[in-house]
Design a protein around this ligand. Structure first.
Ligand code: BDR
Ligand code: CA
Length: 322
């Protein structure tokens, strides 16, 4: 049976690719999307979440709007410099047909966990505010979730929003501390692996050759993301693969090396958002999480390519987009 997942997300160009990858993966049953601020404001990320479920006609997948700011620290700059003002590379697509649920994302998550105890995986692709809120409202959530897979953090590598912090953790460090400490089974898919899965300009071109609705959409939104990677990292048209690598972990965990370690999240000061790993087991009383440290990047890239370029099995609406 397919694994039920809720994707908590701040789309976002790489979120878009991750969501489309999950929707094209028969091993996963996407039962809902929950939006969060991050790469853009909550208004923008919620609209994008709706657009993404609608892209290949998955109108039945609900979207619940979530938090518009971090739990404690003030809302900082959203990531439009990486993803565009519209979160989709300044392509400004038409508005979605659907609307978000009236239920808050945290409430949606709790209802799903209670309805399917032990069955639902939470895949977090943005700041962890909605998940932290859910488990703070009801501690039982930690025993009800099947697992929590997080794109976020940096264990033994540099940060991407500060010298030590990865953006999703930095954008709400208190939420991250709650989620890492809640005691549910967590996997951290951080920069240690996501920056090693590199999509070269040739890879992107090969993907675009498929000419399907998803790859055409990616062709439109990705140049902005490529320009950011070039300006900041000098990557000459190549990009890191953050959020899709977390989906790849769900599909092919054998491609990852992920030892169980404790992770402390720094919530203040210059190192705010740093995920500090207890490499030698010296800190007592902290839950262990799986920390992805190694990845077979080629296998992950092949997997993503295969899924996005094959004809989709359950596309509900084949009519071309405007
Ligand atoms: C993470 O931050 C966001 O910009 C991306 O969507 C990804 O989730 C990478 O640090
Ligand atoms: Ca994201």
């Amino acid at each position: 049976m397919a694994e039920k997942i809720i994707i908590d997300t701040d789309p976002g160009i790489d979120d878009a690719m991750a969501i489309l990858l999950a929707l094209r993966s028969p091993e996963l049953d996407v039962i809902g999307l929950t939006s969060v601020f991050g790469n853009a404001t909550i208004e923008v990320t919620t609209q994008n979440a709706l657009r993404l479920v609608e892209l290949e006609g998955h109108y039945g997948i609900p979207v619940a709007r979530g938090c518009d700011r971090p739990l404690v620290v003030p809302l900082g700059e959203v990531g439009t410099y990486v993803h565009g003002e519209d979160g989709l590379g300044n392509t400004f697509p038409p508005p979605p047909k659907g609307k978000p649920l009236s239920l808050h994302a945290a409430q949606f998550i709790l209802e799903a966990l209670r309805r399917f105890p032990g069955e639902v995986t939470l895949l977090a692709l943005g700041p962890l505010t909605n998940l932290a809120l859910a488990v703070s409202l009801d501690r039982e959530a930690a025993t009800l979730a099947r697992r929590v897979v997080i794109m976020g953090g940096a264990a033994a590598t540099r940060g991407n929003i500060s010298p030590v912090a990865e953006a999703n953790i930095y954008n709400d460090p208190h939420a991250a501390a709650i989620v890492f400490g809640a005691g549910w089974p967590v996997t951290m898919v951080g920069l240690d692996v996501t920056t090693r899965v590199v999509m070269t300009p040739e890879y992107w071109e090969r993907l675009y050759q498929a000419g399907n609705r998803v790859t055409d959409f990616l062709r439109a939104i990705t140049p902005f993301y490529q320009r950011f990677h070039d300006q900041f990292y000098g990557m000459k048209g190549a990009t890191h693969t953050h959020d899709p690598t977390a989906v790849a972990y769900l599909l092919a965990p054998e491609c990852f090396e992920a030892p169980e370690l404790s992770v402390y999240v720094e919530t203040q000061g210059r190192c705010m958002g740093q995920t500090v790993v207890d490499w030698y087991g010296q800190w007592e009383g902290m839950p262990r999480v799986k920390v992805c440290l190694g990845v077979d990047a080629e296998a992950v890239l092949d997997l993503i390519y295969d899924r996005l370029t094959k004809p989709a099995e359950d596309v509900e609406d084949e009519t071309p987009l405007d």
